[in-house]
Ligand binder design. Structure first.
Ligand SMILES: [Zn+2]
Length: 351
């Protein structure tokens, strides 16, 4: 499914459409987001969906140089907030870099690159990362699939066997299990996790221990004025499935705990998952009512326009994918071609 979509995007990137859209749909700039930065992509067995969330450190370096050559300027979330509220409008487009969740490589691999170029960036922390309570089941499942020819799991009291012999089967099974895990409630998740841990002698908790930033590391990063630490809720749950009180608790607990560790106010927020499947008008209203934050970002695709000054708590972003080998697809996003198509030619993507 996703490979067909990727194919269409690749075809589009070969056409000279960017210049047509750029004057109307590129906006004043873009907030881009990533998750993990990795050293290399030498392991070709890695599954597509996980690999897509991992950008190599070399690509990040090339990306910054590419954007510099295109005359972008780089701003922090505070600066973005200030500029959207100001009457003055810079002709030079901006890029605001953000990272979601709080992976350790944001410090070990990304930070040195941003530091070298003196470019600001933000990390939205979900507290279950530094508290090491998060379930990183997508890496756990991937490792099981890569090591086994089939995976057995009891779902709804029925033992189901998923074939994972070939790369195609591994991808398809990963997709099926991912849907199952995404729809599962807390006790179902726990039940699946326990079964897989016992059957395949692999500990799921090791993943968060290895991959997540610690509070000490977050506190160190926060001392650098280039780094903004944002909030991404306590437990990274789909907020539209919670009661209003629970949503408030998820946000308030996260903000309070982060502030306690970094000794600074947290002024920026990213909705977990952040698509229309997990957040809607109610969630944005709750965040508005709390009046904790200067900005809040979603993962809806779009560039930033002046009109977003009235929608500071539901700003769209552009995801930089680890599956891109050049900048042709990125260019389709930043110039506004893909956002325009995705958003039915509406400029201001909100909720
Ligand atoms: Zn996230």
């Amino acid at each position: 499914m996703y490979s067909k979509k990727q194919h269409h995007i690749r075809l589009l990137s070969k056409l000279p459409v960017s210049n047509l859209f750029n004057p109307f749909y590129s906006g004043r700039g873009s907030v881009v987001f990533m998750h993990k930065i990795v050293k290399d992509k030498s392991d070709s067995n890695r599954l597509f969906l996980n690999s897509a969330n991992e950008v190599t450190v070399d690509y990040l370096e090339l990306l910054i140089n590419y954007l510099k050559n295109k005359n972008y300027r780089f701003i922090s979330l505070d600066q973005l907030h200030k500029e959207l509220l100001s009457k003055k409008k810079s002709k030079q487009k901006f890029i605001c870099f953000t990272f979601d969740d709080g992976y350790k490589d944001n410090l070990t691999l990304a930070y040195p690159v941003f530091k070298k170029h003196n470019i600001p960036f933000a990390i939205y922390i979900t507290n279950c990362f530094p508290n090491k309570t998060a379930s990183l089941w997508w890496y756990f499942i991937e490792d099981i699939l890569l090591k086994n020819d089939f995976v057995e799991l009891t779902v709804n009291s029925k033992l189901t066997s998923f074939s994972s012999k070939t790369k195609e089967e591994k991808e398809a099974t990963f997709f099926a299990l991912r849907n199952l895990f995404l729809k599962a409630n807390k006790s179902q998740l726990e039940y699946y996790r326990k079964q897989l841990e016992e059957k395949y002698s692999i500990s799921e908790k090791e993943y968060v221990a290895r991959e997540a930033l610690s509070w000490q590391e977050i506190s160190e990063l926060s001392k650098d004025s280039l780094v903004t630490i944002g909030c991404h809720t306590a437990n990274h749950l789909p907020l539209n499935q919670l009661t209003e009180e629970e949503v408030v608790e998820e946000i308030q607990a996260s903000k309070n705990e982060i502030e306690k560790h970094i000794n600074k106010e947290v002024n920026h927020f990213a909705y977990p998952f952040g698509t229309v499947s997990e957040i809607g008008k109610r969630e944005v209203e709750v965040v508005k009512k709390l009046s904790f934050f200067k900005t809040a970002t979603t993962t809806r695709t779009g560039n930033i326009f002046s009109t977003h000054k009235s929608h500071l708590l539901s700003l769209p972003r552009i995801q930089v994918l680890g599956t891109w080998d050049d900048f042709s697809i990125l260019n389709l996003y930043l110039s506004g071609v893909i956002p325009a198509i995705k958003n039915k030619f509406k400029k201001t993507v909100t909720l």
